[in-house]
Design a binder for this molecule. Structure first.
Ligand code: SF4
Length: 440
């Protein structure tokens, strides 16, 4: 079969700025072939790697790159550069290292490319336009998608409702237009899309095909605009249960399981458990959580603290109740970032189907929609921690870089309980309430 075409995100730039964050935050699984290649590279103390330092560790049936005592990849040098890259060139690195922050997913007869906003250069839109990196990305996609590529089934619309790839692409284009175009602020546009997605869920099943959708979607959009005019965002306070479920989601998005946390042992696991309970209760102060290293390097005005010392800053953490006040989250600069984020995730199909816990389109889109209030909640926490009452663009960027690390990757977010939480929030009409409440 011919190699599928590669669809790149528009509006997004990226080049690596060597913050070293991904070399500390990720456990890199390598193939048997990559293990042999690294073994053949014959690393010695002359390269700055101690002779007794294992380079590769077994993890179950996998092999992973080892980490140094401070959590950095065994190949990260003191300048923040990869030793394999410096000595043998980029092509000698494991595929997982070369692919980050790109995420490549088969979709119908094409391959889509999305990006992970956990990289500070992605979230800040720094570097070369992705559209100009076509050749590199086509080569990368060729390595990731096997030559005996079989087009996967399209994601379902909702559980039990299949869709064809043309249905999916039409729906995607419509959602993207709804979020990107119009005079209303992003929160209003998002609420409109959530409204017509809900109407679509109630549509008779035989109307869900590409011909009918072509007529139906504009009507649903018009109905949602009538229900939600420009600049008239309803303020609905989320319920207690809605907030509890939301804080549980935020806690899972904030939790980063790195090599350092794995070394935390029993006490480390107990602290994570206790933090989870405190998030669910929402009383007292927000537990202190160390920022990812890339976020500390890119956004923090404080000195880069070790995870242990950062975890001891509870005195500076705000009370949960403080984060329910207004923080000025609606602003054209913030909206530009959210539009870019949503468009990259939509164009890259990085929110449903194979790339996202096999979730149907609607549940996956609701998960993506919840990234909006979750980002704003974490941005409020950052602002309040610094004694401010208004969020800034770096707060929003740092918040998104922190929580997108887990979006689509944390096994906890793919578990049945996490999927049910999204459905429960939708049934209780809490997703629009959370979006409007935390955007104030
Ligand atoms: S997190 Fe991004 S900018 Fe930092 S080293 Fe990794 S790819 Fe480069």
């Amino acid at each position: 079969m011919a190699r599928p075409g590669v669809i790149l995100p528009i509006l997004q730039n990226w080049s690596c700025h060597n913050c070293g964050g991904c070399c500390r935050e990720h456990q890199i699984v390598i193939t048997a072939e990559e293990k042999k290649r690294i073994d053949r590279q014959k690393w010695t103390s002359a390269d700055g790697i101690a002779d007794d330092q294992p380079l590769i560790v077994a993890h179950g049936t996998d092999f992973r790159l080892n980490h140094q005592a401070d959590g950095a990849c065994v190949f990260l040098d003191e300048r923040g550069l990869c030793r394999i890259h410096s000595k043998f060139g980029e092509a000698a690195k494991p595929l997982a290292c070369r692919a980050y922050p790109y995420a490549v997913h088969p979709s119908g007869n094409s391959v889509t490319v999305s990006l992970r906003f956990s990289c500070p250069s992605v979230v800040q839109n720094l570097g070369e336009p992705v559209a100009q990196q076509r050749q590199t990305l086509e080569e990368l996609a060729g390595e990731i998608v096997p030559s005996n590529y079989q087009a996967p089934d399209a994601p379902q619309l909702f559980a039990g409702q299949p869709m064809s790839w043309p249905d999916v692409l039409l729906l995607l284009a419509f959602v993207e237009r709804g979020l990107a175009i119009g005079k209303a602020n992003f929160a209003t546009r998002l609420l409109r899309v959530l409204t017509w997605i809900e109407l679509l869920e109630k549509t008779p099943r035989d109307a869900i095909n590409v011909e009918q959708l072509g007529h139906l979607l504009p009507l649903l959009h018009e109905a949602s605009v009538r229900a939600q005019p420009d600049d008239d965002l309803p303020l609905v306070e989320p319920t207690g249960i809605g907030r509890t479920l939301f804080r549980q989601l935020v806690a899972q998005l904030l939790r980063h399981d790195t090599d350092m946390t794995a070394r935390g042992g029993f006490m480390g696991r107990m602290r994570l458990l206790s933090d989870g309970v405190r998030f669910a209760l929402g009383r007292g102060h927000v537990p202190a959580m160390a920022d990812p290293i890339s976020v500390r390097v890119a956004f923090s005005r404080r000195s880069a603290k070790s995870p242990e010392s950062a975890a001891n800053t509870s005195a500076a953490m705000p009370a949960f109740s403080q984060l329910e006040k207004e923080f000025g989250g609606r602003n054209a600069e913030f909206d530009e970032l959210f539009v870019r984020y949503f468009r990259v995730k939509l164009q890259g199909l990085h929110f449903c189907g194979r790339a996202f816990y096999d979730m149907p389109f609607i549940d996956g889109f609701r998960s993506l929609a919840l990234m909006y209030p979750a980002t704003l909640w974490v941005a409020r926490m950052r602002a309040a921690r610094d004694g401010r009452t208004v969020v800034s663009l770096p707060d929003i960027q740092a918040a998104l870089a922190t929580i997108d690390h887990n979006f689509g990757y944390s096994p906890a977010l793919g578990m049945a309980a996490a999927k049910k939480r999204i459905q429960q929030l939708a049934r209780m009409q809490q997703i629009p309430a959370l979006c409007s409440w935390y955007s104030r």
